[in-house]
Ligand binder design. Structure first.
Ligand code: PMP
Length: 385
């Protein structure tokens, strides 16, 4: 019979050309499909063909789970993006940064203390820090909420602070809130790339986490890395990875290697330029619509000097952190849902329900439909039709 093709969401009919008129704009989730068209420009050079006999072993030739060729590629990518210092530091791989977040909690929590180490973050924060820490809780660590509760940590309790910079959901560059001898800081730099933010300087912290999910856009490959200064912490992270998984899939490492290889061919110029243009264009167009509204507001991010672009640049965050300004709009997610827009509730990020997160890094189709629906909603404020 004839092959049956799946239409893109919101389209139907024999040739998928009919728009489903009441289709909702999906701005939920963090799928980074904005980069899909870039990879479509490079189908051959980014493709992998792996023979059945290839890479069957648990280990690489140097008896580790970590490809040194890939480590070197990662160092080069950071050097060309000018976003992180890797010299003299160790690199450990994880199944996405998701696994490294938990590995860091295990590696940095104190084993000799009579109290569990407190894991904290500043609101609004990425919810996985809490959900994962709760789920895998041991007698050595627990999630203890917002950093504000630990500012006067006079008892010197052991704390691990997660700092997301730029932050998910609001795109702000952040610094650690807590300091002191008993505080360990984990910097989640998933979005510290030219697409999403100005890069004021190469970051140089003790524990930094990155992921290809938001660099190449291959979220499904599940590949991330941590850059670690201290050898002891590095060893503990490696131990976690051996115990949990015996290292990251060799196939995922090969995929990451191929993708970074394409990026490195022209010093990343093409992909960074592509993503930067796309994201700044999206933010500009979204602002044009929301600036007409009295009912809704977006987070403000100041233009800032970017070390990579060598100029002051406008913001282009991965997410809009939208606020419903009216007192009575106590459920902003529902206000948007009624206008056929699916966002993620502010409360998920430990924030109030006047806030909603809208993803700006999905496919162009998703983004255009989001703008269309927002435009309808804002126009309605003026009773214009
Ligand atoms: N950290 C942050 C701040 C994120 O937003 C995400 C994904 N949305 C992750 C980590 C996890 O990414 P992954 O496991 O795909 O690397």
């Amino acid at each position: 019979g004839k092959p049956v093709c799946e239409c893109n969401t919101c389209y139907q009919g024999p040739d998928c050309s009919e728009f489903i008129s009441d289709c909702a704009a999906n701005a939920d989730g963090g799928d980074p499909l904005f980069l899909e068209p870039f990879w479509m420009l490079h189908p051959a050079s980014s493709a992998l063909l792996v023979a059945g006999w290839h890479r069957m072993s648990y280990i690489f030739n140097d008896h580790t789970y970590i490809s040194q060729v890939l480590v070197n590629h990662i160092r080069k990518v950071h050097a060309i993006a000018k976003n992180a210092v890797t010299d003299g530091k160790y690199i450990v791989f994880g199944a996405g940064s998701t696994q490294l977040i938990n590995a860091a909690v295990f590696a940095l929590s104190s084993e000799n203390s009579s109290y569990p180490t407190s894991v904290v973050a500043t609101t609004p924060y990425y919810p996985l820090y809490k959900s994962q820490t709760d789920y895998f809780e041991t007698s050595h660590f627990e999630f203890d909420g917002d950093t504000s509760l630990f500012k006067n940590n006079s008892e010197g309790l052991d704390v691990i602070e997660f700092v997301t910079s730029p932050n998910n959901p609001d795109g702000h560059l952040r610094k650690a809130v807590l300091q002191g001898p008993s505080v360990r800081t984990v910097y989640d730099h998933a979005y510290y790339w030219p697409y999403f933010t100005a890069l004021p300087a190469p970051v140089d912290e003790d524990v930094m986490i990155f992921t290809i999910s938001k660099l190449t856009g291959h979220a499904g490959s599940r590949f991330g890395w941590a850059i670690i200064k201290d050898e002891d912490v590095y060893e503990r992270m490696v131990t976690y990875m051996s115990q949990a998984e015996m290292g990251v899939s060799r196939d995922a490492q090969l995929r990451a290697l191929k993708l970074l290889d394409v990026m490195l061919k022209d010093d990343g110029r093409e992909i960074f330029d592509f993503g930067y243009k796309r994201m700044t264009d999206r933010w500009k167009r979204l602002n044009q619509i929301i600036s007409l509204s009295k009912r809704f507001n977006l987070q403000e991010i100041s233009p800032q000097y970017c070390n990579f672009l060598n100029k002051i640049r406008e913001p282009s965050p991965a997410y809009a952190w939208l606020k419903c300004e009216r007192e009575q709009d106590t459920n902003c997610t529902a206000v948007l849902r009624a206008a056929n827009i699916i966002g993620r509730e502010g409360r998920v990020f430990n924030a109030d329900s006047h806030h909603v997160r809208l993803s700006l890094l999905r496919s162009q189709d998703d983004f255009e439909l989001l703008l269309y629906r927002l435009n309808e909603l804002v126009t309605r404020e003026y009773g214009a039709y």
